[in-house]
Design a protein around this ligand. Structure first.
Ligand code: SF4
Ligand code: SF4
Length: 195
């Protein structure tokens, strides 16, 4: 089968490093990131492959892959990397680049979660779970799906138990460093837009 020729291009790496730095160029493909990642089963590219494609400048492939959206930002990869490549942070930056480029997320419910999470962060610096979870379920269509499958009762029961045990707060509260959070978010936005 004929193989597609890859034409290496440094532009994507330069863009990302200007927004980071993420130290992606230090990657020597040891795969420690991938071997520790808990969600590789749902990825179409492994984390080390994303880094390799970034180094080769394969912008379209990287911005259209599922992996950047499936990444749970757990930072296991970043912690394990012997070269201090900031993989989790780079995945976040790639998400923002994909959104800015108008590249549709293949799993829209993940994009909905991402947008809602950032909105909560801008408002209070934290997520107010008591409204966040039901709002997400409605907006993403999860509630409709669970309603049809009769699975909504389990969620309701779980939500009630968490509220009862104090795992969900009843009153929305903002964090003390709200101004710092706003500055961080606005700087992150500016950096991604100017790259
Ligand atoms: S752990 Fe670090 S050096 Fe190893 S493949 Fe992943 S990014 Fe590259
Ligand atoms: S941050 Fe993302 S890529 Fe890294 S280990 Fe966690 S889920 Fe995998």
């Amino acid at each position: 089968m004929p193989q597609e020729t890859i034409h290496p291009d440094h532009y994507l790496l330069e863009q990302l490093e200007a927004a980071g730095p993420f130290q992606a160029a230090a990657c020597f493909q040891c795969r420690k990131c991938t071997n520790g990642c808990p969600v590789t089963f749902a990825m179409d590219l492994y984390p080390d492959q994303v880094i390799r494609l970034v180094l080769l400048g394969q912008r379209e492939t990287v911005l259209r892959c599922n992996t950047i959206w499936v990444c749970a930002a757990c930072e296991t990869c970043t912690t394990r990397c012997p070269n201090a490549v900031k993989i989790a942070e780079l995945m976040d930056c790639l998400k923002e680049m994909a959104v800015d480029a108008g590249i549709p997320c293949r799993q829209p419910q993940i994009l909905t979660l991402h947008e809602m999470f950032l909105k909560n962060l801008k408002k209070r610096g934290r997520v107010f779970e008591s409204t966040f979870v039901p709002s997400y379920q409605i907006r993403s269509g999860e509630l409709k799906r669970k309603w049809k499958a009769g699975a909504w009762r389990d969620d309701l029961k779980l939500g009630w138990q968490m509220l009862y045990k104090g795992r969900f707060s009843q009153v929305p509260k903002s964090i003390k460093g709200m101004e710092e959070v706003r500055v961080i978010l606005s700087r992150a936005k500016q950096t991604t837009h100017t790259t």
